[in-house]
Ligand binder design. Sequence first.
Ligand SMILES: *[C@@H]1O[C@H](CO)[C@@H](O)[C@H](O)[C@H]1NC(C)=O
Ligand SMILES: *[C@@H]1O[C@H](CO)[C@@H](O)[C@H](O)[C@H]1NC(C)=O
Ligand SMILES: *[C@@H]1O[C@H](CO)[C@@H](O)[C@H](O)[C@H]1NC(C)=O
Ligand SMILES: *[C@@H]1O[C@H](CO)[C@@H](O)[C@H](O)[C@H]1NC(C)=O
Ligand SMILES: *[C@@H]1O[C@H](CO)[C@@H](O)[C@H](O)[C@H]1NC(C)=O
Ligand SMILES: *[C@@H]1O[C@H](CO)[C@@H](O)[C@H](O)[C@H]1NC(C)=O
Ligand SMILES: *[C@@H]1O[C@H](CO)[C@@H](O)[C@H](O)[C@H]1NC(C)=O
Ligand SMILES: *[C@@H]1O[C@H](CO)[C@@H](O)[C@H](O)[C@H]1NC(C)=O
Length: 593
Amino acid sequence: MSTILFTAALLSLCAATPLQSRYVVKETHRVPHEFSREGNAPSQALIRLSVGLKQGRFHELEKQLYEISDPDHSHYGQYLSLDEVNELVKPKDESLELVQEWLHQHVDPKNINYSPARDFLTFILPVAKVERLLETKYSVYRHVDGSTIIRTPEWKLPLHLHDHVTAIQPTTSFIRAVPQSKTYLNVPGTVGHPLPYGPSNGTVDQVCNTRAVTPLCLRTLYGTVDYKPKVPGQNQVALTDYLGELNNRSDTEIYLQRYRPEAVSAAYKFRQISIANGTLQQTPNSPAQLRAGTGIEGNLDAETILGISWPTPLLAWSTAGDPPFAPDIDNPTVDNEPYLTWVNYVLKQDFVPQVISNSYEDNEQTVPYSYANVVCSQFAQLSARGVSILFGSGDGGVGGVQPGGSCLSNVNNQTQFIPLFPSSCPYVTSVGATVNFKPEVAAYDPRNKFSSGGGFSNYFPQPKYQAEAVSEYLDTIGEEFSPLYNKSGRAYPDLAAYGVNYTIIWNGTLRLVDGTSASTPAMAAIFALLNDALISNGKPPLGFLNPWLYKKGKKAFVDVTSGSALGCNTTGFPATKGWDAVTGFGTPVSPAN
Ligand SMILES: *[C@@H]1O[C@H](CO)[C@@H](O)[C@H](O)[C@H]1NC(C)=O
Ligand SMILES: *[C@@H]1O[C@H](CO)[C@@H](O)[C@H](O)[C@H]1NC(C)=O
Ligand SMILES: *[C@@H]1O[C@H](CO)[C@@H](O)[C@H](O)[C@H]1NC(C)=O
Ligand SMILES: *[C@@H]1O[C@H](CO)[C@@H](O)[C@H](O)[C@H]1NC(C)=O
Ligand SMILES: *[C@@H]1O[C@H](CO)[C@@H](O)[C@H](O)[C@H]1NC(C)=O
Ligand SMILES: *[C@@H]1O[C@H](CO)[C@@H](O)[C@H](O)[C@H]1NC(C)=O
Ligand SMILES: *[C@@H]1O[C@H](CO)[C@@H](O)[C@H](O)[C@H]1NC(C)=O
Ligand SMILES: *[C@@H]1O[C@H](CO)[C@@H](O)[C@H](O)[C@H]1NC(C)=O
């Protein structure tokens, strides 16, 4: 064989041999206190794995996001299109090629799904193969509530890929997306009957009752009662259902018939979309669902939004992500990543409703940093499209997703306040809760210990838009809780709305519900009406709210100055004059009050 031929053969061999490098640990995340290991994961169980690639020009996207959301910038309101966003976040060719080269040794290329910007690659593999792909070992973990998931506390990646891959899930993510309305009361029949129709020109005193809060009360309290939407064809509002939550149309019909009769036709008309086999169930709840209160959160969200912002069309997305896991399972539902699945679906759509209400949170520390960061950067993309993303700030004060949390750090096992994700993401707007009228105070309900959530992220640094407001607050509260929270983190909530004793219809009867997940759909509905007014005046919708809110929008909110985010056996962050870490800038101004 001639040298030239030999060299050519060698070269072609080289070209065909994928780049190899040593596997090195890419991510470690301690298993949260609430989970215990039960044993090895069944090797045949299927996992739907998402691989996130480093986005090419995320910083440019972020820069543009802040410009188009700044009311003083010349680009204010000039939101980006789907294609413009994709162009900014698409990974570099090198990242994509290296990752493909590695994956194609393990996965048939035709089974890999690409996101439109090619920044996410998704495929289904059995546990045994994922274990080889990531040199890891999956286990079954049981949560204190009895449910189980398959996860691993650590995974590896060939060293030459470390800078090109941002996150791979499900691996280390123990996220649970807890609905922030868990605390509800059984109020059968008509107890505390709430002046359903009242005089529509009434005062807050005439139409509001702290024992049963209705749409008429909220519309009067926040001054939208006289507003008639003008462009419902161009403006929409959306809600998200996770973890098997659902929106029952017949309950919604009963609710609207009673509390917003002119809107009743919407109960069977609003759109429902299933993502990744999310449930659209309209049959009666099973006994297990009745015990779990399934649909309370979903009904609260749909009923509250329609009760306030009708006839603005409502869209409900239902995303699966918490299937009962059986060790012999062999379908691709071992997947508990609702936010990523949801946001990646929504990012593909040409039209996205201008306001999205999310009533779910999880303790930030149960969510690995890489996952939180990837999801948060996807939220930035949605924000850049001109969408306002609202999340409830949590129902356990400073103590985490629910009252009575352990307040233990997952990192060093020390006592600390527990911040929540996604509220801790700087690109979303976090909504706290209030109670009482004239004046409203930070919500606390002694019956179920519901307390409006607030805190400081350990993952996301403080965004510039809130630097001044937060530093004034820190000066005001002094050092009392200093060791328990991270002063340099993104602080939340950003604002608040009423959140105690909302009337809802569930399982055919009246219930009263508390939660920042009551405040959040109410706030979303109010922003939807504001957008309607803007759009009908030829202006762009509000889009990402925070830069506007901290600069100018705050003037449209009434400061809440008493109450606090009780939790961790402390009084928690107090409401104060100006922005605070329990009610943000307060509740919407009403011309009527
Ligand atoms: C509401 O309207 C009724 C009838 O038009 C009127 O008599 C009443 O004074 C109004 N109430 C208020 C508070 O404006
Ligand atoms: C909420 O309603 C219950 C009765 O259903 C009542 O006991 C409680 O005081 C109410 N909360 C407030 C703040 O009024
Ligand atoms: C979708 O969900 C239904 C029940 O909600 C279940 O019977 C079905 O197997 C699921 N399909 C997939 C592909 O997971
Ligand atoms: C809604 O809930 C009711 C009461 O549980 C049930 O009878 C009904 O089948 C559900 N779905 C619809 C569409 O009504
Ligand atoms: C963390 O602290 C708690 C109470 O102080 C203790 O019960 C638990 O065993 C500790 N856990 C770890 C992992 O150190
Ligand atoms: C505090 O927050 C910053 C980000 O703002 C982070 O880098 C740092 O690790 C956090 N500290 C702790 C103890 O988590
Ligand atoms: C749900 O409604 C059914 C039918 O009215 C009733 O028998 C059942 O007790 C209700 N369950 C709950 C938890 O309200
Ligand atoms: C709060 O105090 C009670 C009683 O002293 C104690 O049992 C509990 O562990 C404490 N909780 C936290 C989060 O410190």
